[in-house]
Design a binder for this molecule. Structure first.
Ligand SMILES: Nc1ncnc2c1ncn2[C@@H]1O[C@H](COP(=O)(O)OP(=O)(O)OP(=O)(O)O)[C@@H](O)[C@H]1O
Length: 611
């Protein structure tokens, strides 16, 4: 029997859909005295194994009321909601996001109006979304973040704003014609014709025949004055610099005042260095716990000494419009807060004058030449993926290497799993989504950078950050060089993940990432820390599995939400393959992504199997 509260919620939902019972047929069921599954309520399909309501299909039932999302979404097992061809009006309420397992959502040919709620984009399992032939208006929520979406039909509404950058390579069906969308049509990868976007007067670009106007010149008159001023300043800077260098050479050649000069120069530069130091080293609570103090390595941060040659690049090399015009000096001048000091450097949160917040990574003794560093960063910058955080800019000289990233305020996977919430509200579906997205992104970037031999090198849950849409992004890609990496599995074998004095064998750096990813999977599955009271997670999981106590490894939160044990075991098997002590035995990321995708699809199928 279906539980009473589910029954009541369904009846309430129907009351709102068909107000006053006027049009309701007695034979439909939909009353609390009968059972939706046993008594075959009209339009309801159940999973016979556990008597749960999976599908509601009320197409063409002449329903004239409104959609009570709050009620229907309290039926947690619901995967299909189909209400096409009725006369349902009103808004789509934001509670629709509670229909977490919804894969198919059909509202076409009704009289819905108003904005679509932003929360619609939280339906991360959605495959098919049909809202055509309604009166929806306003901007679309960021539906592009629903990575598994296969069809989106929204024609004949009054929707406006720009068309989201869907993953068109994945979309099977797409139509937004006859709305008020504007701006350039995103690259539909040649998959959809003009009919899917026509009837939007403000749209331009392919596949439409009207090309988009060229972007306005970057500066107004005032601005161009400004930028020519800037240019003038830069040129004067160069000239002054050249003069200084000439002067220096002259002094050296004539051997006059050499000693004295050097001293004053150093003193000045040291002042700068000190300023940077004091600002940067502002202690932050908890930031240094468990992280080695680098105070004794103060010279690492000094801008004096060899830097005085000033022949190295002294400007931040820009790779993104977000920080156009940003200079190295701006970074130094801006208020900075130390976020952490890891093995490979320190991370600062820097707030620029214009309010842009950056995360600046200051790399520690990286034995890489400036040229190699530049080349490397340029290659990394070429590879863009929505789940990979690209650096905005970088700075390098022989002494100093900085990486500038956009600051991600939503925390890291590490914090999600092990922070104050302890992963309690991080359900199985979301964990599987994170695993699949990260695997897919890593497989992509590995493939793109395989020839260059650039892997992540330091993959771990604190380097998986959630962006503003709460999508996981791999950060700090490529900041470790192949031959500096030890294979973590060797370290793990010795039961000491952190210990880096063991001379590990150097393997294909890509397989080191696979290992790191495997450990992330273990964290997702167990909710446990990688290193806990001297116990290494990989070692512990291996030993528990060997003893055939597999279920013991899983996070209690997952077990209590009744996540599919079979699929958790499948994911665990992928993890164990990834952390194989022999790198050659590990799958590559492409295979890993494929395996996880299969598990995700099984999960979706099981959730939507309603027959
Ligand atoms: N772009 C960012 N935006 C917001 N927080 C970030 C960003 N990059 C890193 N963080 C967070 O800041 C903290 C410190 O980062 P840092 O990279 O120094 O630490 P780590 O990853 O533990 O060390 P390392 O990478 O040196 O091994 C981490 O909690 C990390 O999740």
């Amino acid at each position: 029997e279906v539980e009473d509260d589910v029954k009541e919620a369904l009846v309430q939902f129907m009351e709102k859909l068909s107000p006053g019972n006027a049009l309701r047929d007695q034979n439909w069921g939909w009353n609390t005295s009968s059972d939706p599954c046993d008594d075959n309520w009209a339009g309801v399909s159940c999973d016979t194994r556990n008597q749960s309501v999976r599908k509601i299909t009320l197409d063409g039932f002449n329903l004239t009321g409104s959609l009570d999302a709050g009620s229907v979404c309290s039926v947690k097992s619901l995967v299909v909601l189909s209400l096409n061809d009725n006369v349902i009006g009103g808004n789509l309420a934001e509670e629709i996001s509670d229909c977490k397992h919804l894969t198919h959502f059909y509202l076409s040919a009704n009289q819905f109006s108003g904005n679509l709620p932003d929360t619609l984009s939280q339906l991360s399992n959605l495959k098919r979304l049909f809202i055509s032939n309604n009166n929806f208006s306003g901007k679309l929520p960021d539906l592009a973040r629903i990575s598994g979406l296969l069809t989106f039909f929204a024609e004949n509404n009054q929707l406006s704003g720009s068309i989201p950058e869907f993953d068109f390579s994945n979309l099977l069906g797409f139509n937004v014609s006859n709305n008020n969308f504007s701006g350039p049509v995103p690259d539909v990868k040649g998959k959809f014709g003009v009919e899917s976007v026509s009837g939007n007067p403000g749209l331009c670009g392919k596949p439409l025949s009207n090309a988009c106007p060229p972007p306005p010149p970057p500066s107004t008159e005032k601005k161009s004055k400004h930028s020519s001023n800037d240019r003038f300043l830069i040129f004067s800077g160069y000239i002054i610099l050249a003069l200084l260098v000439l002067l220096l050479i002259a002094w050296k050649v004539f051997g006059k005042n050499k000693h004295k000069n050097k001293k004053t120069g150093d003193v000045k530069k040291k002042q700068v260095a000190m300023e940077v130091e004091t600002r940067r080293n502002k202690p932050t609570s908890g930031a240094s716990s468990g992280i080695k103090s680098t105070r004794e390595n103060k010279s690492e941060y000094s801008l004096s000494s060899a830097e005085s040659g000033m022949n190295a690049s002294s400007l931040v090399v820009l790779t993104s419009p977000v920080v156009t015009g940003l200079k190295f000096e701006d970074l130094l001048r801006a208020p900075a807060e130390l976020l952490g000091r890891g093995k490979y450097g320190s991370l600062y949160m820097v707030t620029l004058d214009n309010g842009v917040v950056l995360a600046v990574k200051r790399l520690k003794d990286w034995g890489i030449s400036s040229e190699d560093f530049k080349r490397r960063m340029q290659k990394v910058d070429l590879v863009k993926h929505p789940n990979v955080l690209s650096p905005l800019a970088y700075y390098c000289s022989n002494q100093e290497k900085l990486l500038v990233y956009p600051y991600q305020p939503n925390g890291s996977l590490f914090e999600f799993l092990h922070g104050s919430q302890n992963g309690q509200s991080f359900d199985w579906g979301s964990r599987l989504h994170v695993a699949a997205s990260v695997a897919k992104a890593l497989a992509f970037i590995h493939e793109e950078l395989r020839e260059s031999g650039i892997a992540h090198g330091n993959l771990k849950s604190s380097n998986i950050l959630f962006n503003k849409n709460m999508d996981p992004c791999i950060s700090e890609y490529g900041l470790m060089v192949v031959n500096e990496i030890q294979d973590n599995s060797i370290v793990a074998q010795k039961n000491s993940y952190e210990s880096n004095n063991i001379i590990g064998q150097i393997y294909s750096t890509f397989k080191v990432d696979v290992y790191g990813f495997g450990v992330i999977l273990l964290e997702l599955l167990t909710g446990k820390l990688v290193q806990n009271n001297g116990l290494n997670l990989a070692t512990w999981v291996n030993s528990v599995v060997r003893e055939e106590w597999t279920v013991e490894v899983f996070d209690k939160a997952l077990l209590s939400e009744a996540a599919s044990e079979e699929r958790m075991v499948n994911l665990l098997q992928v993890a164990l393959k990834c952390i194989n002590t022999s790198p050659n035995e590990r799958p590559n990321m492409d295979q890993v992504a494929g395996m996880i995708n299969t598990i995700k699809e099984e999960e979706e199928r099981s959730v939507s199997s309603v027959e």
